[in-house]
Structures are given as structure tokens and as C-alpha cells.
Design a protein around this ligand. Structure first.
Ligand code: TMP
Ligand code: MG
Length: 298
């Protein structure tokens, strides 16, 4: 196994030698990638989180916005509302979201509270649908380096990219569109806004998706996954422990490779991430590793 591993590292996927890469079990990773290579692009689907997975966590030492933050920082929100929205995560909810000493069950009620409050505040702001694109254009949101290759190669090989996000669907679609990579193979499951007849945000559609109920969403929407059931190999990308179960709606999975971005609180969370994700990318702002694996599989 070691010999084959060295071969894969040396010749086929040298990017796996990047210092940001940590693997619990190299041999297993290599076996999964080889299986996926053998089955080819027709058997593959990519299931990814959006915020802080497809987008950068930081740029030049400054944090990049989540899809919620794009609105929070925009001119579409009153100063009073901005203060409240900025205060929640810093003071209370974000530390709970990423606390490795709390169980998911402990976190869920806080996440529901955070999302509900944030969405209620946004609804009070009389946000206009036709102003969302401008807010995205003027924001600091950035897809990770290598995004053109990532979205482009998935498109070229007709590999479905399913984005499962607890962020704001309308906003993240604009981010993808704005970067020119909203190809036909991309599908998004997220929190979508409902607009009234005047084009003003009046509520959010459907069941609330937060960081830790993506699994339920995946299981509750088997029809959405129907087309994907004939693709038994999954490349899963995430940045939260809640992202690990995003692919649970897919039956007959043959091979799954989970890649986790460890962006923040690296020391505290490393063990948990390495124990759960097959490949952990520590403070890595690029899509180099997913791209290198895709290049080898396709
Ligand atoms: P994701 O599922 O695409 O990663 O999106 C979820 C992220 O959104 C999660 O890390 C927390 C973040 N978030 C905010 O930044 N502000 C908010 O108001 C809310 C509700 C979530
Ligand atoms: Mg995320």
C-alpha cells in the first residue's frame, strides 16, 4: 500500500504533498481515489457546501463574507439591523457553531435560534430582489483560488455539482453567476427568499436549513436526488462537521471521499476533523486538492 501511495503522490497527484494536507489514513484515501479513477467521471458526483468551502475564508488577513454577511454588510440593511446581525455571531452563535466540546444535539437549538433571528431581521428590511446582484458585486466575497478550473472541469465532464448550503440561496447563486461559473451542471439547495408582488423580501421558503440539519434536508428530498442515484461515487467538500452527512440522501454509494477545510480554530479542532474527514485542508484557501483529484479521476 505504501509503495502505491508513494506513486500516487509522486507522479499522479503530487499536490497531495502540500503542507496543508492531513490524512488519517493515506492508504484508504489512495484506494478511494483509485476506485473513482477506475469508474471514471460518469460515476462521479460532487456534493459541496458553499460558504467557507467554495468561498475563501480570508484574503490578505481579512475575513471574507458568508452569503449572510454579504447582505449584513450591504447598503440594503439599516445601521441598527447591521449592528444586531454583526453582534449575534461574534458574541454568541459562531463560537457555539464551531465549539468542538459541544455535541450536535447541544448546538442545534442555538443554530435554529440564530438562523430564525437573522431571517426575521432580514425580512423587516424590505430588501428588493433587484438589489441583490449589486450587493454581491460590491462585496468582498471570493470563490477559492482555482474555482474556474473546478467549475470548468465539472462542466466539461458533465459531473453534477450539488451545492448544499445553510446560507442564502439567492445570494450565493449571484456569487456563482457573478464569477461566470453558473454552468448547467450546478444545482443548489439552500434557504431561498420569497418576494411579494412588489419585489420585496417577505419571508423565506420551505424548511430552514442550518449548519447541522443538512442531512435531514438530503433525506427529505429523495426526489431531488433521484437523478443522482446512478452516480455511486461522491466527492464531498465541506468546512463544518455538519457537512459530513450531506450525502446521506444518496443510496448505493460505492465510494465517498470527504474533504474538509479546516479554516479556523485549527489547533482545537484538528483531531475532530482528521477523525472525520478523509482529507483535511488546513488553512488552505485554494481548490488545488479537489482540482488535482478531479484531474486524476477524469
Ligand atoms: P454554509 O452551509 O454554506 O456553509 O452556510 C452557513 C454559514 O453561514 C455558517 O457558517 C454560519 C453562517 N451564518 C452567518 O454568517 N450569518 C448568519 O446570520 C447566519 C444565520 C449564518
Ligand atoms: Mg460552510
Amino acid at each position: 500500500v505504501l509503495a502505491i501511495w508513494h506513486q500516487l503522490t509522486k507522479y499522479e497527484i503530487p499536490e497531495l504533498k502540500k503542507p496543508s494536507v492531513i490524512m488519517r489514513d493515506r492508504g484508504r484515501v489512495e484506494e478511494i481515489i483509485r476506485n473513482m479513477h477506475g469508474a471514471g467521471p460518469g460515476a462521479l458526483q460532487v456534493i459541496s457546501d458553499f460558504d467557507m468551502t467554495l468561498t475563501r475564508f480570508a484574503f490578505n488577513g481579512k475575513r471574507c463574507p458568508t452569503s449572510h454577511n454579504i447582505l449584513d454588510n450591504s447598503s440594503l440593511i439599516s445601521e441598527d439591523c447591521k449592528a444586531k446581525l454583526a453582534n449575534f455571531p461574534k458574541s454568541h452563535y459562531y463560537p457555539i457553531e464551531i465549539d468542538s466540546s459541544l455535541s450536535v444535539e447541544d448546538k442545534v437549538p442555538h443554530m435554529v435560534e440564530w438562523w430564525t433571528q437573522a431571517h426575521d431581521l432580514l425580512v423587516q428590511q424590505r430588501i428588493k430582489k433587484d438589489q441583490l446582484a449589486k450587493a454581491v458585486r460590491e462585496s468582498d466575497a471570493m470563490l477559492r483560488d482555482g474555482y474556474e478550473v473546478f467549475f470548468g472541469s465539472l462542466k466539461d465532464h458533465s459531473i453534477p455539482l450539488l451545492i448544499f448550503s445553510a446560507g442564502l440561496g439567492d445570494i450565493l447563486e449571484e456569487v456563482i453567476e457573478h464569477n461566470g461559473v453558473f454552468h448547467p451542471n450546478v444545482r443548489v439547495f439552500s434557504n431561498y427568499m420569497e418576494f411579494d408582488k412588489n419585489g420585496l423580501l417577505c419571508s423565506f421558503k420551505g424548511q430552514l436549513i442550518h449548519t447541522f440539519n443538512k442531512r435531514e434536508g438530503a433525506l427529505l428530498n429523495p426526489d431531488q436526488f433521484e437523478q443522482l442515484q446512478d452516480r455511486p461515487n461522491i466527492l464531498l467538500l465541506g468546512d463544518s462537521m455538519g457537512d459530513l452527512t450531506m450525502a446521506d440522501g444518496v443510496q448505493n454509494v460505492q465510494n465517498i471521499l470527504r474533504i474538509g477545510y479546516l479554516n479556523d480554530k485549527v489547533e482545537e479542532r484538528r483531531d475532530a476533523y482528521v477523525g472525520s474527514y478523509d482529507i483535511v485542508l488546513e488553512k488552505d484557501e485554494t481548490l488545488d486538492i479537489p482540482n488535482a483529484i478531479l484531474r486524476y479521476i477524469t
